[in-house]
Design a binder for this molecule. Structure first.
Ligand code: MG
Length: 160
């Protein structure tokens, strides 16, 4: 049986006047993530991990920020497209583990909603989807609330 691992990372700037989306969930906060899409860096990290596991080009290649179709697109839609690629390759997600690094807002109260949103798209149960929220201990751009970053690691396998 073919098993593949994938790793993804993403960072987006926080700016005033944008809605904040993380893990497919809208979070009440005065700032949001700048981006051509909704800026959801957790989903982008997961997408890059999945694409990496499939040996494909990265998210910027598949969904270029020069393409008007992806202007302000919800990242959950992009993730659904990548899951279609997974199906075409006859691959399924075994588990995912991810980290969001944000000084503010506090994200722990939103993690279960993120899992409820992402689990059905990724076709995994909650216990196969790890999402951990942590701060950057006040250090650097992440610690200064200038940006939010995410890491994601995935394990995928061939469907029998
Ligand atoms: Mg991104």
């Amino acid at each position: 049986m073919k098993i593949r691992i994938g790793l993804g990372y993403d960072i987006h700037r926080l700016e005033e006047g944008r809605k904040l989306f993380l893990g497919g969930v809208e979070i009440d906060f005065p700032k949001g993530l700048r981006g051509h899409s909704d800026g959801d860096c957790l989903i982008h990290a997961i997408i890059d991990a999945l694409l990496g596991a499939l040996g494909k080009e990265d998210i910027g290649h598949h969904f270029p920020d020069t393409d008007a179709r992806y202007k302000d697109v919800r990242s959950t839609e992009l993730l659904e497209k990548v899951m279609s690629l997974m199906s075409e390759k006859n691959m399924e997600v075994l588990n995912i583990d991810a980290i969001i690094i944000a000084e503010n807002p506090k994200l722990a109260p939103h993690v279960s909603r993120m899992k409820e949103t992402l689990g059905p798209i990724l076709k995994v149960e909650k216990d196969s989807l790890g999402i951990k929220a942590k701060t950057n201990e006040g250090l650097g751009a992440l610690g200064n609330e200038e940006a939010i970053a995410s890491w994601a690691q995935v394990l995928v396998r061939e469907i029998k």
